[in-house]
Design a binder for this molecule. Structure first.
Ligand SMILES: Nc1ncnc2c1ncn2[C@@H]1O[C@H](COP(=O)(O)OP(=O)(O)O)[C@@H](O)[C@H]1O
Ligand SMILES: [Mg+2]
Length: 294
């Protein structure tokens, strides 16, 4: 059994299609891709330096020391996993690179608890990725729910096994630099503060994912419910009802898509068509996921 949940050749048409339904993807991609370009095309940065400065600037060496490593953090359901995949896919697409592979690390990498196993599995995972890129291919690695691997070594409940695993992960991230950006890792976590400081410090890109604000929720409802023929006041009412109310945080993207919508449809199906009233009823019986501490 593989320690990878999936290995997907990029660009992948399904991920490309899914990215179209992700609000704010273009904005996020534009923001991070500039930074990513410097990390994943470090050799081109050197050519750029020679072209415009006639030499390799000292700065280029400094950039070389950056880790091809990003952290996406934020509450459950704010789009970290979906965006990480979509960004990896888009990098491959824009770079017009054949033979990129998206690796998703599975929780199986935690192993079954026998001594040294987790560290060994992590090393094996990175070794496999390194092998896969050969001389000219690329790989994107997504470590989802990364807190289960990269939690601080100083935590009370941190066991020896976990500490070894974090050390191994740090070492693997350090070694990624040798790939000159051909391997890029995105670690997603719900809790930034539990990550080991040495892991946090290595991230060249850190993105905080937030719950959608009123404007973004409106965009989501407009996109998802356009063909239902709801009125603008009805949409406005849904936007208000999914805001922060009565001590609850506002709703996340997945709260709306995977809790509210199915609840509303279940009230209508199979006997009647879906109406605004079903959404109102569904809102009475569903609630947003709790906010996490950081
Ligand atoms: N920016 C977005 N626009 C629209 N839907 C989104 C967005 N982000 C997340 N979603 C929806 O929420 C679901 C959960 O997102 P996911 O990436 O799994 O969240 P996380 O990894 O942060 O827990 C996605 O499958 C998608 O349907
Ligand atoms: Mg996720």
């Amino acid at each position: 059994m593989s320690v990878f949940e999936s290995k997907t050749p990029l660009p992948d048409p399904h991920i490309t299609a899914r990215a179209k339904g992700l609000l704010g993807f273009e904005t996020l991609y534009l923001r991070v891709s500039k930074q990513l370009q410097l990390l994943i095309n470090i050799d081109q940065v050197e050519s750029w330096s020679k072209k415009y400065h006639g030499k390799r600037l000292a700065l280029v060496e400094v950039l070389r020391d950056q880790y091809p490593f990003a952290i996406f953090y934020g509450d459950v359901g704010t789009g970290k996993s979906a965006m990480a995949e979509a960004i990896g896919n888009r990098i491959a697409k824009d770079a017009k690179i054949e033979d990129s592979v998206l690796f998703k690390l599975s929780n199986r990498v935690r192993g079954t608890g026998s001594v040294g196993e987790m560290g060994t599995l992590i090393s094996e995972a990175f070794a496999e990725i390194k092998k896969s890129i050969g001389k000219d291919r690329r790989a994107i690695l997504i470590i989802d729910e990364g807190d289960s691997l990269a939690a601080s070594r100083t935590q009370e409940q941190s066991h020896h096994e976990d500490k070894v695993a974090v050390n191994t992960l740090i070492q693997a991230i350090d070694e990624l630099r040798a790939s000159k950006g051909r391997i890029f890792t995105i670690l997603c976590t719900n809790r930034m503060s539990v990550l080991d400081p040495a892991i946090q410090r290595r991230a060249a890109v850190v993105e905080h994912f937030r719950r959608p604000n009123a404007g973004q929720r409106k965009d989501l409802f407009d996109m998802d419910l356009a063909d239902l023929g709801l009125t603008q006041p009805q949409i406005a009412s849904l936007v208000a009802s999914t805001g922060a109310l009565a001590g609850n945080p506002s709703w996340t993207y997945s709260d709306i898509r995977t809790r509210l919508y199915p609840a509303a449809v279940a009230l209508a199906f199979p006997d009647t068509g879906l109406t605004f009233a079903h959404f109102e009823q569904a809102l009475q019986v569903t609630s947003p996921s709790p906010a996490l501490a950081d």
